[in-house]
Ligand binder design. Structure first.
Ligand SMILES: Nc1nc2c(ncn2[C@@H]2O[C@H](COP(=O)(O)OP(=O)(O)OP(=O)(O)O)[C@@H](O)[C@H]2O)c(=O)[nH]1
Ligand SMILES: [Mg+2]
Length: 350
């Protein structure tokens, strides 16, 4: 998974203006009619809710939009250069890094299809038709197209989701995600089946909810055990955490402590709404332990659910409560301060 990338973006150069004179049978000295050059294309960065990382961008070091076309005779304007659109996941933060000086935030793409112009295309040059005056009725000059903007861009992804499911290996995260959304992650009884975050959409009455399965967390993840804890970056901007526990685990209570500890070692997320879910309640052995399990968890001050992701039992109640908690949480995710985001203003003319 690729969550960071740096590259140069270049707006397309504007097309040159044209020098041309009208030459017709009835108007042999018809005056200048050279058209303006077309504007260069912009480089646009756009949030796509189908993406979970930046790997589609490859290792390319430079993204350039198309040049504008040259102006033509008969005052025909040159073709506008095509914009170049770079697709990134929702939750991509964009910074610019000047040659000297500090990195500054440019945008935080928080909603699907939100976009920002990362480099503007240059303006097209004026055609000679524009230079005609009463003193110079046959100007031989036309403007040159201006170069496009050029910037050094740094992207960092912190996915924005409503709900993140975290848990130990094989606790049933993928099974739960497929029960509540149309995502179809691989499900298997060996650990670390899911190696990258998987996104799913859960349909609500009023709106849809983005749910992510985060790859397994094990004790020591902060020091690189298992798949490490790099994936926790995505937990930072979620609105609700579901701790999914394997009901058949002999160390059920400690499993919750492990998850909590690994998260605390990553970042202080104490304020984030959480719920605990004990899975695999369809297994007779787990059913038999239920009173014992409940005794441990009634002391928690977060909602606790007992479900079977496999049979679907208890899943509806769980999702109802989850949606309710997300709505209550409001948009409290960590973000780049709005005031820091640069706003594009046209440069003053020289
Ligand atoms: N009996 C029972 N088995 C379940 C339940 N949920 C998941 N399983 C099984 O547990 C195993 C692991 O399920 P996954 O959904 O792949 O678990 P995971 O947490 O995504 O695992 P990783 O991605 O490897 O961390 C599979 O064999 C599932 O069939 C459940 O509610 N009941
Ligand atoms: Mg999985």
């Amino acid at each position: 998974m690729v969550y960071k990338r740096e590259f140069i973006v270049k707006g397309g150069c504007g097309g040159d203006g044209c020098v041309s004179f009208r030459r017709e049978k009835r108007a042999p000295f018809g005056g200048p009619d050279g058209g303006d050059g077309g504007g260069g294309g912009n480089v646009v960065i756009k949030a796509d809710s189908n993406l979970a990382d930046l790997k589609l961008l490859g290792r390319k070091k430079e993204f350039a939009a198309e040049k504008g076309g040259r102006g033509e005779s008969s005052r025909k304007r040159g073709k506008k250069g095509e914009d170049l659109v770079i697709s990134v996941p929702v939750g991509t933060m964009i910074f610019t890094r000047p040659k000297s000086g500090q990195e500054t935030p440019l945008a935080d793409l928080r909603t699907p299809w939100q976009e920002v112009v990362a480099a503007k295309g240059g303006r097209g040059g004026l055609g000679n038709a524009r230079f005609a005056t009463s003193v110079n009725q046959a100007p031989e000059t036309a403007g040159k197209g201006q170069p496009g903007e050029e910037r050094y861009i740094v992207l960092e992804v912190k996915l924005i989701t409503d709900i993140c499911i975290i848990g130990a290996p094989s606790s049933g995260k993928s099974t739960l995600l497929s029960a509540i959304s149309r995502a179809r992650p691989e499900i298997a009884d060996y650990p670390f089946t899911t190696r990258e975050p998987i996104l799913g959409v859960m349909l609500g009455d009023k709106r849809d909810f983005i749910v992510a399965e985060i790859p397994s967390l094990v004790a020591g993840a902060h020091s690189g055990k298992g798949l490490g804890n790099d994936f926790l970056r995505h937990v930072e901007r979620t609105r609700l955490l579901i701790y999914l526990l394997d009901g058949s685990s002999p160390t059920l209570v400690d499993d919750l402590g492990t998850l909590d500890k690994e998260i605390a070692l990553y970042k202080d997320l104490a304020h984030k709404p959480k719920m605990v879910t004990v899975n695999k309640m369809d297994l007779p052995a787990v059913q038999a332990r239920l009173p014992q399990i409940k005794e441990h968890f009634t002391r928690l001050d977060v909602p606790v659910f007992y479900i079977s992701a496999l049979s679907g039992r208890g899943v509806l109640e769980l999702t109802r409560k989850a949606m309710e908690m997300v709505e209550e949480a409001g948009p409290g995710e960590e973000t780049i301060a709005q005031s820091q985001i640069a706003i594009f203003r046209p440069k003053p003319r020289k």
